[in-house]
Design a protein around this ligand. Structure first.
Ligand code: HEC
Length: 140
């Protein structure tokens, strides 16, 4: 019995096991990636005001801008994050993250962080903030 339980636990800890969207472990992992790899340029709240981002030209955009959010779909964000700015004709300062290509759910969680920058406005309720523009909707 103990052996079977142990085996199941080992299997659950395997890195290849895909976590589900919203899984706390996944949310934490994505947050950590954002803080260590992205915030340096994009800033902790995605305002484009990270220490390395301020010196760049063009600067990283403000993820809090709902007008911009409405012009990009998740597929594009995915391509930028994995392939870097050059993959979609943006600045090559936006680095590629090829190691994330095999972790679509994790990239999905990073996209949620980018989206959340425009929704909660740093933790205030979304309902009073969203107004006319709905950041979740995408105009083709
Ligand atoms: C070395 C600085 C740097 C780092 C690190 C960086 N970025 Fe960027 N990023 C940029 C710049 C600069 C742009 C804007 C490029 C442009 O407008 O031409 C950008 C653009 C973007 C865009 C917007 C693309 C668009 O459609 O306008 C997204 C989304 C993005 N980055 C996500 C991320 C994520 C997620 C990470 C971490 C995994 C990250 N970036 C790491 C500099 C960086």
């Amino acid at each position: 019995m103990g052996a079977i339980l142990g085996l199941a636990l080992v299997a659950a800890c395997e890195p290849r096991v895909e976590l589900k969207p919203g899984d706390p472990e996944l949310v934490r992992a994505a947050r950590q990636i954002f803080d260590t790899r992205c915030a340096n340029c994009h800033g902790p709240h995605g305002r484009g005001d990270g220490p390395a981002g301020r010196g760049l030209s063009p600067r990283p955009r403000d993820f809090g801008d709902p007008a911009w959010q409405a012009t990009v779909d998740d597929d594009r964000l995915r391509r930028v994050i994995i392939g870097g700015g050059a993959a979609v004709g943006l600045s090559a300062h936006m680095q590629a993250n090829p190691d994330l290509e095999g972790s679509p759910v994790l990239v999905g969680e990073l996209i949620r962080i980018v989206r959340a920058c425009a929704q909660g406005q740093d933790s205030k309720g979304m309902s009073e903030q969203t107004g006319a523009a709905s950041p979740g909707s995408v105009t083709p």
